[in-house]
Design a protein around this ligand. Structure first.
Ligand SMILES: Nc1ncnc2c1ncn2[C@@H]1O[C@H](COP(=O)(O)OP(=O)(O)O)[C@@H](O)[C@H]1O
Ligand SMILES: [Mg+2]
Length: 216
């Protein structure tokens, strides 16, 4: 049983085919790096896998659910169970505190796992920032909050799109170490877009996207 599958996905933006038949399968708990030059379609693929957009052709499966058959709250609820997202832009809610941002995925599931959030925020070194707002944090701190939010529901897969693209070397190493550690501890798989070869080599597998197709 695969936790996430792309089945012959094609995607076209205004008559340009950006993805040209991409298929991939992720096993439970597997860590996969996705590499490829700028413009090769990595972010587009992650958006489709997250169900944020529909592919022009082909299917995305979360477990045995075909994503294009879902919509509205059913889509949101299933995404929240299956997928954790960490993007280059942190997408934290600016009117909520650090602690509240970490609790948002739980609210969607009608849970209020305050203790778990506090424990995870301590793990990523943010116990002293619980009542701060995103605008009061450094870039590295924001990505650590985004990471906690992504792992809160123990999603089957964390989709991470160059999550450290805006960070310095020290913060990049720190955020990546935490991402891989927390995912492993909590049983989540990871699909990580990265240009960092050293980081990619720490994954179970490396996929390369070239001009809209996966190559070996
Ligand atoms: N919303 C969009 N509308 C039109 N073209 C897009 C859109 N998003 C991405 N593209 C184009 O699709 C191609 C792949 O982009 P992207 O998936 O962002 O690549 P990568 O993440 O590998 O750099 C690029 O040529 C980009 O300009
Ligand atoms: Mg991209």
């Amino acid at each position: 049983m695969f936790v996430l599958q792309a089945l012959d996905i094609h995607h076209t933006f205004s008559s340009t085919e950006v993805l040209k038949g991409v298929s991939l399968q992720l096993q439970p708990g597997e860590t996969v790096a996705l590499t490829g030059p700028s413009g090769s379609g990595k972010s587009t693929l992650l958006h489709l896998l997250a169900g944020l957009e529909k592919p022009s052709q082909g299917q995305v499966m979360w477990g045995d659910a075909e994503v294009s058959t879902l919509k509205g709250t059913a889509l949101d609820r299933l995404r929240n169970q299956h997928i954790g997202l960490v993007f280059q832009q942190h997408y934290l809610l600016s009117d909520l505190t650090v602690l509240q941002n970490a609790l948002v995925p739980g609210w969607i599931q009608a849970r209020h796992p305050q203790e778990e959030a506090l424990e995870l925020l301590a793990r990523v070194g943010l116990s002293h920032r619980l009542q701060h707002y995103p605008s009061q944090l450094s870039g590295g701190e924001r990505q650590r909050v985004a990471l906690v939010r992504a792992v809160m529901n123990r999603p089957e897969v964390i989709l991470a799109d160059e999550p450290t693209g805006n960070l310095d070397q020290h913060n990049t190493q720190e955020v990546m170490k935490l991402l891989l550690e927390l995912a492993r501890e909590r049983g989540s798989g990871v699909l990580l877009v990265t240009h960092d070869q050293a980081l990619a080599s720490r994954a179970d597998r490396v996929l390369k996207l070239l001009d809209g197709s996966l190559v070996n």
